[in-house]
Design a protein around this ligand. Structure first.
Ligand SMILES: [Mn+2]
Length: 371
């Protein structure tokens, strides 16, 4: 299991590579180019520049998150052909730079959605939170405005201004797109992307929708085990894989994350895992919590146990963290709580490792006695 940490580049992140390097067990950075408009091909030169910056600090750049998908692809418009060609070129360029996994999502218009980016918990820490009622009584424009105002001056990943400037026309276009259409448009995309990923030894890792249900009436399909299964079967290849994100899928209590994880690990469709906890309420609200199992609704022990049982060799990163100790950072992406999350996950992993070593030793001594 390779420990990774998301980083937004030296101009866009409050956290430095030097500090990330000091997290025990760290292997690499989950990075991206943030100055290429959605839909354009990522220039090799810029990718190599990012890679050199990261590898010169002794860290790897094996995982990219995200290469965002142009809305025309999700909408199935004729103009998608150009954007799909550009996406293929991005895959080839990333492969040239040694990248192994590309995380992406297929959510119409909005990326992850929250109603509060700094909800205060009783201990004084703040977290990202979602109020169902607030979404139901709000308007997309208001949510966009609120996200911008609450972002501590950082741009939010997935909330690129150029995409959101056309909110109204996008909503009009999506009013004609059903969930079945969205499945068709994803299939069309995968059929052209996956052969290129196979050729280039890259694994595409689709991230679940966050939250895993429709917001503002937009279609959403990457939401549960059944749909994930349908998607990996669309193009049956290990290159057509998943990012299992415990917090995104886990916001719906019907999603049994350890079970889903085991199912797709068995099929070798999980090159990348996002691990975080989330506390869900009966009324459909949820808030992010510390990684510790007892602080949220998800049993992280069972998640790490599933990874350990399958001898997981892929990548994980702590997903979001709380904002603690007065840190000022991009909401969800401070250093301290994410680093603590890594230590918790590694603690679980190491204890499982010790236990299986001990069991192995006991078995072999039993064999000796039996002989
Ligand atoms: Mn995630």
């Amino acid at each position: 299991m390779k420990v990774n940490f998301r980083w937004f580049g030296h101009q866009n992140d409050s956290v430095s590579l030097e500090h990330i390097k000091q997290i025990p067990g760290i292997n690499g950075i989950v990075g991206a180019l943030y100055d290429v408009p959605v839909g354009e091909a990522w220039p090799l030169e810029n990718i190599l520049e990012l890679k050199n910056e990261i590898t010169s600090r002794g860290l790897n750049l094996d995982v990219i998150e995200s290469v965002n998908i142009h809305e025309d692809i999700k909408l199935g418009l004729p103009t998608r052909e150009l954007y799909i060609r550009n996406y293929q070129e991005t895959i080839r360029n990333l492969a040239k730079a040694g990248v192994k996994v590309i995380c992406y999502n297929f959510m119409p218009v909005f990326d992850w959605t929250r109603t509060d980016l700094a909800k205060e918990l009783p201990d004084g820490s703040t977290v990202l939170a979602y109020s169902k009622e607030q979404i139901e009584n709000s308007h997309p424009d208001l949510i966009v405005e609120q996200m911008e105002n609450d972002s501590n001056g950082f741009s939010l990943p997935g909330w690129e201004p150029e995409r959101l400037s056309q909110l109204k026309s996008l909503f009009n276009l999506y009013s004609q797109v059903s969930e079945e259409d969205l499945f068709d448009n994803l299939r069309y995309f995968l059929e052209q992307i996956i052969p290129v990923a196979e050729e280039e030894n890259i694994r595409m890792a689709l991230h679940p929708d966050d939250p895993p249900w429709s917001v503002f009436g937009l279609p959403r399909i990457v939401t549960n085990k059944e749909n994930l299964e349908r998607i990996v079967n669309m193009v049956d290849s290990p290159a057509n894989s998943l990012t299992i994100c415990s917090g995104s899928l886990g916001a719906n209590p019907n999603n049994n994350i350890p079970e889903i994880l085991r199912y797709f690990l068995k099929r070798d469709r999980v090159p990348f895992v996002h691990i975080r906890n989330v506390k869900i309420y009966e009324n459909g609200d949820f808030e992010e919590s510390s990684h510790r199992s007892s602080d949220g609704s998800i049993n992280l022990y069972e998640i790490v146990k599933a990874l350990h049982d399958y001898d997981f060799k892929g990548y994980f990163r702590p997903d979001h963290g709380r904002m603690i100790w007065g840190e000022v950072a991009r909401p969800g992406y401070g250093l301290y709580d994410r680093a603590m999350g890594i230590m918790y996950i590694l603690g679980l992993w190491d204890s499982l490792e010790q236990r299986s070593e001990k069991e192995k030793a006991e078995r072999s001594s039993e064999n000796v006695t039996n002989q």
